[in-house]
Design a protein around this ligand. Structure first.
Ligand SMILES: [Zn+2]
Length: 393
């Protein structure tokens, strides 16, 4: 789809199941927009995605859904005309014949989904701390620690109050930072941490503010200390006593000193578990089923970049997609558009490789994909093995 074409040039090909039937032009009256508005008017140029609100307000429901399911390249590429009659976008007389036949049949009545989180993630990944510390901080930023407040929201406990001070709701930010018991620890840490006076109910906003105020070493001190404050809180809950603040500060310092003596690379590789990260996503893509394969490859490459990997081997069971990923060919279809975007990111790695495997050649990927069918949006795990693959690791 060319962004400089008038909106009325949208063509849809769908049947009752949503794919591959007969094409027809957009029929919704194009309201909210000027008569000569171009497709680009429906896109957010900064975020490089569809303007969902505008599309839903402009088109009838079914057409709005199909537009939103049509992929847009996140790279700045010029518009070009592509042939939808073949999978790779190259023109052939045979495909044109089939297209004409399809149209004829149509004429005979056979009608036919945190960018903020990603930034935080990158910052966490760069910290020179153990994978366990990173996972802890990541979970904290996602408000995924089982605090009283979170358990109360899930109706597991009847009281959201902090079990230590009994004064405020025990949010992640409260237990790790603003609770009087936590303040007793922070008051003995390095000067900048002592002076930080951030108050935010959401842990992600809190951590973002912290990253602006602290340097790398101080952030490492923060995560190592915060994790020990969390352990102390858990010991208290399970009636195993309450560790003195001095003890936590001493332990955190000892850990920091120990890590400073180690070679950072050695520290990361030796402690790394088998599973570094997983991403499961359920996505409707229009119009080509092959899109799922190429979209998956692009998401995998982006994830590897975001978590700071330097070398990557990509395995896929679609020969067409694995070939398209390594061949420097112009993108002539929606699927090859994703492949060319993925190839752009792959070239940024120190070393990369794309391998074709049989479907049962990567059983873990198969299980993750199968599990993704039961989720609603996207689940990303870091150094945590999802239960659907736990028995196979
Ligand atoms: Zn408290």
């Amino acid at each position: 789809m060319s962004s400089s074409l008038p909106i009325s040039f949208f063509f849809f090909k769908y049947n009752k199941k949503g794919y591959h039937a007969n094409p027809r032009r957009v029929t919704s009256p194009v309201k909210n927009l000027e008569g000569n508005a171009k497709v680009a008017a429906l896109m957010d140029p900064d975020l490089k995605r569809w303007n969902q609100e505008l599309i839903q307000a402009t088109f009838e429901e079914r057409e709005a859904q199909l537009i939103l399911e049509t992929p847009i390249s996140t790279m700045t590429t010029r518009d070009r005309i592509i042939w939808h009659g073949t999978k790779d976008g190259s023109f052939s007389v045979k495909s044109a014949y089939h297209l004409v036949k399809d149209r004829e049949m149509a004429n005979h009545g056979q009608a036919s989904t945190s960018n903020g989180l990603k930034e935080v993630w990158k910052k966490i990944w760069k910290l020179d701390v153990t994978p366990g510390d990173k996972t802890f901080l990541w979970r904290a930023c996602q408000e995924a620690l089982p605090t009283q407040s979170n358990l109360f929201k899930k109706k597991v406990v009847s009281d959201p109050l902090c079990p230590i001070c009994n004064r405020e709701e025990e949010s992640v930010q409260h237990v790790l930072w603003s609770c009087e018991a936590a303040k007793d620890v922070w008051s003995q840490c390095s000067k900048k941490l002592q002076k930080c006076s951030i108050s935010s109910f959401s842990m992600i906003t809190f951590f973002e503010t912290l990253t602006e105020a602290l340097n790398q070493e101080e952030l490492q001190e923060f995560v190592i200390t915060a994790r020990r404050i969390w352990w102390r809180r858990n010991s208290f809950i399970f009636k195993k006593g309450f560790t003195h603040p001095n003890h936590i500060v001493r332990e955190a310092r000892a850990t920091l000193n120990m890590m400073a003596e180690k070679n950072p690379d050695q520290c990361n590789t030796q402690a790394s578990p088998t599973v570094i990260a997983t991403l499961r996503q359920k996505e409707k893509l229009y119009p080509d089923p092959l899109l799922a394969e190429s979209y998956g490859a692009l998401q995998a490459v982006k994830l590897a970049r975001e978590i700071g990997l330097h070398q990557v081997i990509l395995e896929g069971d679609s020969l067409q997609v694995t070939k398209a990923l390594v061949e420097d060919r112009e993108a002539l279809s929606s699927s090859s558009m994703f492949c060319s975007e993925a190839r752009h990111f792959l070239k940024l790695f120190e070393k990369w490789e794309v391998t074709h495997v049989r479907r049962n050649g990567n059983h873990i990927a198969y299980l993750l994909a199968k599990n993704a069918l039961s989720i609603t949006d996207q689940i990303v795990t870091m150094e945590d093995t999802p239960s659907c693959i736990a028995n196979f690791i």
